[in-house]
Design a binder for this molecule. Structure first.
Ligand code: 4AD
Ligand code: MG
Length: 430
């Protein structure tokens, strides 16, 4: 019976056939241990010389790393195996013999691995990270569908900028100028006025010259936008969503988290509600922690975020930033015009800001004033203003950076390992 490695435990005692690649091999002369992978998982195949045909023994013996095979065998329970089973091999059929696979079980440098990203993805660790990523995406659709949100796809090619003009990717759109989307937010606001609660999931682009472990040039964002939802309610939706994806990964990625050596006790604590501190309190906290230079009105960098996160074992919301360091569309605090109704969600353990969100300005006159202050005179922004002209309502939204979230839940140091083919400052290949 043909099956996959992930389903072997349903076939204990039966003879099955799987298509697989040889990940690694050990041999004792009389027994060969074949480490097999098929994309769904990893399993050990055991070929015993005196129990298999001469031909099968020789085929197994000649297998090189990453050769592709059909393996037939009997599924046995095995407590030492991560999946609880191993395969007693009865037949090996070679599909294709790989020659000189470059990524060997020994240590390799990061640049070498990045150059071979198309192959590196096959490794157990990278496989586990991508499975965690997939589970976050799956749980995201589940959470928003279960909570009455409609998935809406904003455009990638745009005529406007949502998050400031300094890091826009420019391209030609026939005779016009166009930019790759930095955020779908402005379009999601239009969608919220049509569907109430919406979310998007798509690639976004920032020509940021930052070479840090948290920055990608191309990254994927989940952007919910909600009509009739004010700042505080938006924070509740955010903490429920983040708790949901963390618990989903804990439940459905046990093998992967084990492969990644992730300390799951830290993730088990991630349950709503999350603590909230204001920007003002964050400044005081930083001063207490020895950041003497930080002044009210300055934005936080990675070291500041990490220091703040150290005081909490859950993600922490930093609310009400000064309006001058935030985007033009954020609604001012009703009692303090110098700060806005926004929050960044900072992940624990130094993984940094995973969400940026806010309540949006819904007053037409105030938005016109912001347009003047920010010089948004372009035709490209006219439609956005009209959302405040025809039945404007209070509304809020946020954007969760997928790769930083994958990094946090997987416990990997650098976001380059959290996306299949990372686009970094000096890397467009492979
Ligand atoms: O805080 P940001 O810039 O917010 C927005 O774009 C809003 N328009 C979202 C909204 O309200 N709909 O970005 C949101 C998140 C950040 O918190 C971070 O997790 C991630 O996107 N992010 C990046 N991730 C990887 N590489 C980069 N260069 C990133 N820039 C932002
Ligand atoms: Mg931000």
């Amino acid at each position: 019976m043909k099956t996959t490695i992930s389903k072997l435990n349903e076939h204990v005692g039966q003879t099955v056939k799987i298509g697989a690649w040889l990940n690694n091999k050990r041999s004792s002369g009389k027994i060969q241990f074949l480490q097999l992978r098929d994309g769904t998982g990893f399993v050990q195949g055991v070929a015993v010389k005196k129990e298999v045909s001469e031909e099968t023994w020789e085929t197994a013996k000649g297998l090189t790393q990453e050769s592709s095979v059909y393996v037939t065998g009997v599924v046995r329970e095995d407590d030492r195996s991560q999946t609880g089973v191993e395969l007693t091999v009865t037949d090996v059929e070679l599909i294709h013999q790989a020659v000189d696979y470059p990524i060997t079980p020994k240590e390799h440098g990061t640049e070498f691995l990045m150059d071979n990203r198309h192959l590196w993805l096959r490794s157990k660790r990278q496989h586990a990270v991508m499975r965690v990523r997939n589970e976050i995406i799956r749980a995201t659709y589940e959470f928003f569908n279960d909570n009455g949100f409609v998935k809406i796809d904003p455009p990638i090619l745009t005529g406007s900028s949502a998050e400031g003009t300094t890091d826009l990717f420019h391209t030609k759109y026939f005779d016009e100028d166009a930019y790759l989307s930095q955020s779908g937010q402005l379009y999601m606001e239009a969608a919220a006025m049509a569907f109430g609660r919406v979310f998007s999931f798509g690639p976004t682009f920032r020509a940021e010259k930052s070479k840090t472990r948290r920055h990608l040039i191309e990254f994927w964002m989940i952007e919910p936008e909600m009509a009739f939802v004010e700042h505080e309610e938006s924070l509740e939706i955010q903490e429920n969503y983040v708790s949901y994806i963390v618990q989903s990964v804990l439940n459905n990625c046990k093998t992967e988290l084990q492969t990644l050596d992730r300390d799951v006790s830290k993730l088990e604590k991630i349950q709503a509600p999350f603590p909230r501190i204001s920007y003002d309190e964050a400044i005081d906290l930083l001063k207490e922690k020895g950041f003497d230079d930080i002044e009210w009105g300055e934005d936080f960098g990675a070291p500041h975020e990490t220091a703040i996160a150290e005081s909490f074992d859950k993600p922490v919301f930093i609310t009400n930033y000064p309006k001058d360091i935030k985007a033009f569309y954020m609604k001012p605090h009703p009692e303090r015009d110098e700060v806005v109704l926004c929050a960044d969600l900072i992940a624990p353990e130094g993984y940094g800001e995973i969400i940026g969100g806010s309540q949006r300005i819904d007053d037409l006159e105030l938005m016109k004033q912001r347009y003047e202050e920010h010089n948004l005179t372009d035709e490209a922004y006219k439609w956005y203003l009209e959302l405040r002209q025809y039945g404007s309502v209070p509304h809020s939204g946020f954007g969760l950076g997928l790769e930083r979230t994958v990094a946090w839940l997987s416990g990997v140091e650098h976001v380059r390992e959290t996306i299949p083919f990372p686009r970094l400052l000096n890397r467009l290949y492979p």
